[in-house]
Design a protein around this ligand. Structure first.
Ligand code: SF4
Length: 456
């Protein structure tokens, strides 16, 4: 099992890694496949299934698929060009796909929301089809967006591709193995993760990539803190991060703040990120878009409020967090559509708690303990976004996830790492809970808060 730090932390666009980034990536993969075909493609069609259909409009899945078919990719997304491209496609009924020319695609006719049963492989399924000049289907591929921007085909789902790194020095697939290897090697979790990463890239490329991840995360916090207004989507949710930040800054030095005000700082950093995500801005999956605020907020809290914090240690934070996120993804899920919000914000809190415990000097056992505490106290948490938008409860939930992460790290550091519930067991409990959870609570907007909206 190997998931790179750059699998867990990917630069992309809001509002959802599974419903926006994943479908865009799937469309890009489909174009790659078509470019290798000998015959002439004349048109395209897309069908969204399961959660992608039920909450697709709220998550901008329709826009993501169309833009993906027009050659857009999450990592270099250009918002202004996207709007112009969508308008042109709606006007002409044609998509200009790079390398394939102008193809017939009328969004009203060729993009279908299928509200029937989900496809058998995963709650987030989409089928992309290419047609010939007569409109007959000549190529079709089913893709599943399995969370965090990861996309697999039907065949890959049945037979996962082999791990990309065959000769990892520390091939841990469970937390128990991770701790054993740390004991035997005397290395930290971050150092083992770094050694694994260096089988795929040079130290320079690894360090540059990690620096870029933190740069994008931090810039996202700053944009969110600086931006006021109302979020798109129709719920009329007002951004709050900007005004909370102004209030917190005004209170500084006045000796009127209660000690718990630090929680407002932690929360507002996360809310800033998730407001940017909800607005379709540039974010980093951590491990998903919906949960993108927790890890950056915890790092920013540490950097701005904890004496002795060093920017040079952000890499160790992110590598540790990625190791924990990889264990959760490998052994359970990081997808709200598969396991509820415990798998998104819960996973993010576990990653952030582990990262913070590590950079505050925790042993591998204390780091594992921090991750377990944070995940344990998100178990059972459902995914019920109102109107399918990643706004309510998602934005505040990230703030609370970050606060829990900081508390979990702090609690773990007050012990010696020995504790009752191993992280592996907690991850398995999360997987089982997610499997038992009604579909209503797995990103379908059919239950929970999503159906208890006040009459305004
Ligand atoms: S409720 Fe949680 S899992 Fe669901 S969309 Fe919001 S952040 Fe993601």
């Amino acid at each position: 099992m190997f998931l790179s730090v750059f699998d867990m932390f990917k630069v992309g666009i809001g509002p959802s890694s599974s419903h926006t980034m994943g479908p865009m990536v799937a469309a890009a993969r489909f174009l790659d496949r078509l470019r290798g075909q000998p015959f002439r493609v004349a048109g395209l069609r897309a069908a969204l299934h399961g959660s992608l259909a039920f909450t697709g409009v709220g998550h901008a899945t329709d826009r993501a698929v169309i833009l993906g078919l027009a050659g857009f990719r999450p990592e270099d997304y250009d918002a202004a060009r996207a709007e112009a491209t969508l308008a042109e496609i709606a006007r002409t009924g044609q998509i200009v796909a790079p390398g394939l020319g102008s193809l017939r695609f009328d969004p009203a006719r060729d993009l279908q929301f299928d509200y029937g049963p989900p496809l058998p492989g995963h709650a987030n399924g989409l089928v992309l089809r290419a047609t010939d000049a007569q409109g007959d289907v000549i190529v079709a591929e089913t893709y599943y967006s399995i969370g965090g921007g990861f996309v697999v085909t039907e065949a890959e789902l049945r037979a996962p591709p082999p791990a990309t790194a065959a000769n990892l020095p520390y091939p841990f697939a469970t937390a128990a193995q991770m701790l054993d290897m740390a004991r035997q090697s005397g290395l930290s979790i971050a150092a083992m993760k770094r050694a694994n990463e260096l089988t795929l890239r040079t130290p320079h490329v690894l360090d540059q990539g990690i620096a870029r991840i933190w740069e994008v995360m931090n810039a996202c916090i700053d944009r969110g803190l600086a931006t006021d207004g109302t979020l798109p989507g129709g719920l009329q949710v007002r951004r709050r991060a900007h005004r909370i930040r102004l209030a917190l800054e005004a209170e500084r030095g006045l000796n009127i703040s209660a000690p718990h005000t630090i929680n407002d700082w932690i929360g507002v950093y996360a809310m800033a990120v998730n407001e940017e995500n909800a607005a379709g801005g540039q974010v980093v999956t951590a491990p998903t878009n919906g949960a993108a605020g927790v890890v950056p907020a915890t790092i920013r809290y540490w950097q701005d409020h904890v004496p002795g914090a060093s920017p040079a240690r952000v890499g160790a934070f992110l590598l540790t967090a990625a190791a924990i996120g990889g264990l959760i993804k490998h052994n359970a899920s990081i997808s709200g559509a598969e396991c509820g919000c415990q798998a998104e914000v819960g996973a993010a809190a576990a990653m952030a708690a582990a990262g913070l415990a590590a950079v505050l000097g925790g042993t591998p056992e204390q780091v594992e303990n921090a991750a377990e505490i944070a995940l344990e106290h998100h178990l059972g948490m459902t995914c019920d976004p109102v109107k399918g938008l990643v706004q309510v409860p998602c934005i505040e939930r990230n703030g609370l996830g970050a606060i829990k992460a900081v508390s979990a790290a702090s609690l773990a550091l007050r012990g010696d790492g020995t504790h009752f519930m191993p992280l592996d067991n907690c991850i398995e409990a999360m997987r089982q809970t997610g499997a038992d959870m009604s579909e209503k609570y797995k990103e379908t907007a059919l239950g929970g808060l999503a159906v208890n909206i006040p009459n305004c």
